[in-house]
Ligand binder design. Structure first.
Ligand code: FNR
Length: 384
């Protein structure tokens, strides 16, 4: 019988992923001035030894002011390389492919880590969730396409000048050079969730009147500049882009905008056409994050229809699906039905780090965990 698609290897450029169950990038708010810590080694290392086909290291800021929180990972200096390299080396020792998500948080920068926000008694919290200077934040140095805050309590961003645009573009390229030194197998550009690149794409956050705002071609200009620079520098290795395929903003709250003024699936299809011609290998399909009032219909696989629509529009681009994927058989069906080429799991993997092995059992596949764990799993797989 044919191996279930979840467990079929996939080769992109010079990299072979042992299966199509990938770990979605997830901020840990556990870095030390942008540097990965022991937490990252243990956390990510644990997944590397438990059968995922790839690990995507959390959003990693290309400049300090591009972090979401003061505790975010960064890669803006050479001193960030070594602790990342240690994690990469461990992943490789387990036969696990590992990449990193390069990010700039744009107008959503300088907020506290969730557990700091949750602690109302924390004296650093002088206004809602904005990370203040005394808490390591930089509320006066937050950037975006326009000076429109994300929410009533968010910092007011500084509208980026042409110089700022060039500075961020150069920072992405310098970050890619450091990714090479750290030994990463692939890079993912974070173009989703209301962070800087998505902010340029979306008319909700981009009200510029220069060549970076207005119609879709202009709004795509900065994102494509960054991705083109990254592609050129990361020439022979897999390059992915995560996008939000919709703002979930259709509806009365935005008025009767013309089609080109929105950011939704039709605009995403056009964007993917551009990504394809730049040589991007895979698009990781998320949604939302740029509009406080968004109301996504949260249910299992709720973002899969977006992956499917993008796959239909661009059959020769690899597509990833993510979002509330928890059930092995259902998740396998998304691949079987051609809705995506790989799946990324976030919270379900945190709940059950052995999910690849759980899925293997559910789909009657014999897989080998780390030798240290082998006996307990092979015994359970006895009939195979
Ligand atoms: C996330 N998510 C996320 N996404 C991303 O592109 N970069 C990131 O750094 C993070 N950070 C992050 C932290 C935590 C704690 C969570 C729970 C989520 C989103 C994540 O990658 C994924 O897309 C969503 O969580 C939906 O998938 P699941 O969790 O339903 O499988």
């Amino acid at each position: 019988t044919e191996l279930p698609l979840l467990f079929q290897p996939l080769t992109i450029k010079n990299v072979t992923f042992k299966n199509r169950i990938w770990m979605s990038p997830m901020c840990q708010y556990s870095s030390d001035r942008g540097k990965a810590t022991d937490w990252h080694l243990v956390h990510l290392g644990g997944f590397a030894s438990r059968g995922v086909g790839a690990i995507v290291v959390e959003a990693t800021a290309v400049v300090p002011e591009g972090r979401i929180s003061p505790e975010d990972l960064g890669i803006w200096s050479d001193s960030h390389i070594e602790p990342l390299q240690r994690i990469v080396n461990f992943a490789h020792s387990q036969g696990t492919v590992i990449g990193i998500q390069l990010a700039h948080a744009g107008r959503k920068a300088s907020i506290y880590a969730p557990w700091v926000c949750a602690n109302a008694a924390d004296t650093r919290m002088s206004s809602a969730h904005v990370a203040q200077k005394e808490g390591g934040g930089w509320p006066d140095n937050v950037y975006g396409p326009s000076d429109i805050p994300f929410s009533d309590t968010s910092p007011k961003p500084i509208a980026m000048t042409e110089e700022d645009i060039k500075y961020v573009e150069d920072a992405f390229i310098a970050a890619v050079e450091r990714c090479k030194k750290a030994g990463f197998d692939f890079v993912e550009v974070h173009g989703a969730h209301g962070y800087l690149i998505h902010e340029f794409l979306s008319p909700i956050s981009n009200k510029r009147t220069d060549s970076y705002g207005g119609n879709l071609t202009n709004r795509m200009r900065f994102p494509l500049r960054v991705i083109k620079g990254v592609r050129k520098t990361w020439a022979d290795k897999p390059l992915f882009v995560r996008i939000s395929a919709t703002d979930w903003a259709e509806g009365p709250e935005l008025g009767e905008d013309e089609e080109w003024k929105q950011w939704g699936i039709e605009q995403s299809k056009i964007f993917l056409g551009e990504l394809k011609s730049l040589g991007v290998d895979l698009v990781d399909t998320s949604t939302g994050g740029n509009l406080v009032q968004q109301k996504p219909p949260l249910k299992h696989g709720y973002q899969v229809p977006f992956a499917e629509a993008l796959k239909k529009a661009h059959p020769d681009l690899l597509i990833g699906a993510v979002g509330l994927l928890t059930e092995p058989i259902e998740t396998e069906s998304y691949l079987k039905d051609g809705k995506s080429d790989v799946v990324l799991l976030g919270r379900e993997l945190l709940r059950n780090p052995h999910w690849p092995l759980t899925a293997a059992r559910a789909l009657s596949v014999a897989v080998k965990p780390a030798v240290q764990y082998e006996r307990c799993w092979t015994d359970m797989l006895a009939p195979l």
